[in-house]
Design a protein around this ligand. Structure first.
Ligand code: F6P
Length: 388
């Protein structure tokens, strides 16, 4: 009845699926059958993913009514039917581990690279879901994953999702896990850049990740006491930024820290892009944007300017205590929804409570920083230059 997938080993020298199949067979003739839940992690890896897998898994296994399998490398693993059984031993010792024990990919069910072509593999994914007799599938991911998961839910699959992203741009949740850890790492970078900028009387620009939103730059900029914070939601003017730096000089402050989100664009870039409207043109401008900004600020202020691009460091390593708690609580809540048989929702945090939100509300929109957000107002109110 249960067909084997292409199995990867979880514990050393152990075949988890063989062991799991035996358990199922033993219970078939009895009164109780275990329900099987699948889980996958999709999109950029994020600290807290393992803690969330553990939260879902430990809660389900604790009931004695469920078995859990984890598909490798996001939707690709589900399409290729590659999975591992997540038994108690697999879920132990992963709370503090960064990355994802399942592996991840950015592959989308409806646009999957297969044999050198981009193919719609949604039907194969649904077929594997039914072939494995899954009672439900949990997808951990950011905005893109929510959209892909919603597509599967609309086809009738039992789907639940959890919001993970260092960018914090998933709508309908006050926060996503991974954001706090990335913000902490970027903040530490701002702290460390202060002493070197101060010693050499330089401008230092720190580029953070964040995709098309500014939560990471704004959070780390405020936490680290940056003098200038630039992010996509507010288009900056280099002259205004340089004037803010020169003003600091006149006040006797001989260095400046500029935090710039990878997606931040200047007013001039916005005008250029307005003409073409092509995503690739914007991406080409963004490729050199931080170095261009450094050149421009050096020219306008006549101050030595250096650049640090933090990159993937922001996604690496162990999650903060906050992210571990958040991932665990979201994972636990998700397991409770599975037990209740409620599907088609994302777990979310709103006003300090864990709630569920229909996937139809989450799939598509992006959570940008509102212009009147309290963090924007706090930064402005304290004299931080936001470039406008
Ligand atoms: O979404 C997380 C993120 O790290 C973004 O901040 C960044 O723009 C992107 O992923 C990088 O993507 P990739 O891992 O595919 O290079």
């Amino acid at each position: 009845m249960y067909e084997r997938g292409r199995v990867a080993l979880c514990g050393k020298g152990k075949n988890p699926v063989g062991h799991w199949m035996k358990t199922i067979t033993e219970t078939q003739g009895g009164t109780k059958m275990s329900k099987l839940i699948g889980i996958l992690t999709s999109g950029g890896d994020t600290p807290g993913l393992n803690a969330a897998i553990r939260g879902v898994g430990k809660t389900l296994l604790h009931t004695g009514d469920y078995k859990l399998i984890g598909f490798n490398d996001g939707f690709r693993g589900l399409m290729e039917n590659r999975f591992i059984e997540l038994d108690d031993s697999c879920l132990s010792g992963i709370l503090t581990r960064g990355g994802t024990i399942l592996g991840s990919s950015r592959d989308k069910p409806h646009k999957m690279p297969v044999g050198g072509k981009i193919m719609d593999m949604t039907a194969v994914i649904a077929e594997n879901y039914y072939k494995n007799h899954l009672s439900g599938l949990v997808c951990l991911g950011g905005g893109g994953t929510q959209k892909n998961a919603y597509r599967l839910a609309k086809m009738g699959l039992n789907i639940l999702t959890l919001p993970k992203t260092i960018d914090n741009d998933v709508v309908e949740t006050d926060v996503s896990f991974g954001y706090d850890t990335a913000m902490m790492i970027a903040t530490e970078a701002v702290d460390r850049l202060h002493s070197t900028a101060h010693s050499h009387h330089r401008i230092i620009i720190l580029e953070t990740m964040g995709h098309k939103v500014g939560w990471l730059a704004l959070g780390a900029g405020i936490a680290g006491g940056a003098d200038v914070i630039l992010f996509p939601e507010i288009h900056y003017d280099e002259e205004i930024v340089s004037e803010a730096i020169l003003r600091r000089s006149r006040e006797g402050k001989r260095f400046s820290i500029v935090v710039v989100a990878e997606g931040a664009i200047s007013k001039n870039m916005a005008k250029e892009w307005e003409k073409s409207k092509k995503e690739e043109d914007l991406n080409a401008m963004l490729k050199t944007r931080t170095l261009d900004l450094a050149t421009k600020l050096e020219e306008l202020t006549q101050k030595e300017t250096r650049v640090t691009i933090l990159g993937y460091l922001q996604r690496g390593g162990t999650p903060t205590a906050y992210d571990r708690v958040l991932s665990t609580a979201l994972g636990h809540h998700c397991a409770q929804e599975i037990i209740k048989g409620e599907w088609g929702n994302m777990m979310a945090v709103q006003k300090n409570k864990i709630i569920t939100v229909p996937l139809s509300k989450v799939a598509g929109p992006v959570k940008y920083i509102p212009k009147n957000h309290y963090l924007v107002e706090s930064a402005r109110g304290m004299g931080v230059c936001l470039g406008d």
